[in-house]
Design a protein around this ligand. Sequence first.
Ligand code: CA
Ligand code: CA
Ligand code: CA
Ligand code: CA
Length: 343
Amino acid sequence: MASAVGVVAGGTAPAHAVSGWDRCPRGSVCLFDGDGGTGSMIAYSSPQAGLGSWDNRANSVYNRTGQHFMCMYPQAQYKTTVPNADDSICYLGSGNDQVELKGDGEPLWNGLSSIRWAHTWRQAAGGPEYRSWATPLVLPPGPAQPFADLNGDGTPDQLNRTWNGHLWFLKGDGSGVYVGSGWNQMTALTRHGDFSGDGHEDLLARDGSGKLWIYPGNGKGWFGARKLIGTGWNQMTALQAAGDMNSDGHDDLLARDSTGRLWIYPGDGHGRYGTRKLIGAGGWSMFPTVLGIGDVDRDGRPDLQAAGDGDYYTEARLYYGTPGGSIAQYGDNSPVDLGDRLL
Ligand SMILES: [Ca+2]
Ligand SMILES: [Ca+2]
Ligand SMILES: [Ca+2]
Ligand SMILES: [Ca+2]
């Protein structure tokens, strides 16, 4: 196998040679035919659907890849012995994990035959790179949502940036459509609005140098050629599009600066922004998340949720959009206890 490097222990060892687990090169998963990293070793740099001469031979395994998720199977092709049998081992480790395989009662007593590791659980267990997501409701086709509907089918959809910077469009049926690569260079991404004025929802992205780009949506879930909106946006610690906050018919952008103030940048419907207006005088830095959640009170103006980690629970505060394009906190100053719910 091209990616495998066989190393045979024993023979004439050079002075100060590493031994045991330490023989395993960084970036590799190593199999040993002895316990505790002893005996012969083979190192792999990529997952193995079959182990060749190492089939059923390993007694200990060292995941030194830095990738936290690994699954080990008793059959080739990442299969268990009997369908639905719980005789594979999948685990979340540190990415630097030493595993003994053949203790009494261990699932892999009869031997390891394939092994896979990845940055995400779903990939290690054989799922797709993108997050599998399906809308809980099957709705008839309807008009496009005010936002959160990139393909205009009347139902909200998602974008998923994976660990390696790939962007996927998830339309809500469990499938994923690959949009492109290189998205990890972006330090902020936000959608929820038609900023170019063509009726299709767009994506805004800030790169590492502080440039803010618009990726115009094509109405099908992916994007046309990007255009530069402006520079200097890396002074902002959060960017969030939340819809048309000031009720002028154009979707707007919210930005939090490093002193915790919240600003609205009114969109002009052509991918540019007018003079910003302060809507939060300070204190917004306590919320890691500022989220446009749509029109909660159905007054026609989009509303906001701000959420952060409290001492004992996730807390969130709801802010209603007000006439004139500002916001007002719902209720008193107490945060809402959301328990462990996700937003
Ligand atoms: Ca949709
Ligand atoms: Ca657009
Ligand atoms: Ca507006
Ligand atoms: Ca509202």
